[in-house]
Design a protein around this ligand. Structure first.
Ligand SMILES: [Zn+2]
Length: 72
C-alpha cells in the first residue's frame, strides 16, 4: 500500500498523505485534506464527476517519486 491516496479537490485530482477516516477507502466529500503539491485545508469532493478531473501534475510527480522509492 502506498502512503498516499488520490483525492479530487479544487478541480483536479490530487494526492494526499492524510489518513482517511477509519473504515473508509476514500476521503468523503467535505473532508479537509492537505495535498502533496502543498495545498492545505482543501475540501475533498467525492462526487462521481470529480474523479474525471485532470490529475494535478505536481502531485503526480511527487506520488511517483514516493512509489519509486518504495519499490527500489
Ligand atoms: Zn496537487
Amino acid at each position: 500500500m502506498y502512503p498516499f491516496h488520490w483525492v479530487p479537490s479544487a478541480s483536479a485530482r490530487h494526492a494526499s498523505e492524510d489518513p482517511r477516516p477509519e473504515g473508509t477507502f476514500v476521503y468523503p466529500t467535505g473532508t479537509e485534506v492537505s495535498t502533496l503539491c502543498g495545498l492545505t485545508e482543501q475540501s475533498a469532493d467525492n462526487s462521481e464527476l470529480a474523479w474525471f478531473w485532470p490529475t494535478c501534475e505536481t502531485c503526480y510527480e511527487k506520488a511517483r517519486k514516493i512509489a519509486d522509492s518504495l519499490t527500489t
